[in-house]
Design a protein around this ligand. Structure first.
Ligand SMILES: Nc1ncnc2c1ncn2[C@@H]1O[C@H](COP(=O)(O)OP(=O)(O)O)[C@@H](O)[C@H]1O
Ligand SMILES: [Mg+2]
Length: 217
């Protein structure tokens, strides 16, 4: 089972990944939790280039290819081996992020992104993608507050983008969700953390019931 979390900055992905992992662990499910960019040692170097706010001059094509490089390494080193062993994988951002950020918001060729994604993932696709959707002002406020709480004074390269950029990202995600409504579960991320957690867990409960019956885990 491969589950991904998507959404704009500050919508609550990392918070909800942690909460879901706790719940699944208590169900005795063997799982791997990971993230993009930066799910591998090499990926961490790539992440640093991508998020470094001083890299204002990173070209859109270079940015796209760095995300794809991170993903290729990540799928080969972490995701594919885990799925091959029958583990559950929970990933904080995956290929939809490249379509929403580099495609819709940055205007890179969608067809090229699809081809590169397909190559980097060996055709692996998430079984379920939770899109945590909230207004961009809310997400960015939360991200700012988080950075303050963690004493991170600086915003990263993406948090510094103008509001219009984040609106485009949100729109891109919602379009993807509309087109693939079987894979995507759109969650109202403006709700409280507890309510969002509940909605996510509830939408997984049919799968958990099925697995319990099969005695798969
Ligand atoms: N539903 C929520 N309501 C209010 N604050 C939230 C909610 N979800 C997350 N937060 C807070 O907002 C900030 C950003 O959340 P985070 O999970 O880091 O977002 P993301 O990983 O999507 O960027 C954190 O400080 C977190 O505690
Ligand atoms: Mg996060």
């Amino acid at each position: 089972m491969f589950i991904t979390f998507e959404g704009i900055e500050g919508c609550g992905k990392t918070t909800q990944v942690k909460r879901l992992v706790k719940r699944l662990n208590s169900e005795g499910i063997s799982l791997v939790t990971t993230l993009e960019p930066g799910g591998t040692r090499i990926g961490k170097s790539i992440r640093h280039i991508l998020l470094d706010a001083s890299n204002r001059d990173l070209s859109p094509l270079a940015e796209l290819i760095l995300y794809i490089a991170d993903r290729a390494q990540h799928v080969e080193e972490v995701i594919k081996p885990a799925l091959d062993q029958g583990k559950w994988v929970i990933c904080d951002r995956f290929f939809d992020a490249t379509l929403a950020y580099q495609g819709t918001a940055r205007g890179q060729d969608m067809e090229l992104i699809r081809i590169l994604n397909n190559k980097a993932t060996h055709g692996i696709r998430p079984d379920i993608t939770f899109l945590l959707d909230c207004p961009v002002e809310m997400g960015l406020d939360r991200a700012l507050k988080r950075n303050r709480d963690l004493s991170q004074e600086d915003q990263d390269r993406f948090e510094r983008e103008r509001l219009e950029f984040h609106r485009e990202v949100r729109k891109g995600y919602l379009e993807l969700a509309r087109k693939e409504d079987k894979r995507f579960v759109v969650i109202n991320a403006a709700l409280t953390e507890d309510d969002v957690e509940q909605e996510i867990f509830q939408s997984l409960s049919p799968i958990l019931d099925e697995k319990r019956e099969e005695g798969v885990y």
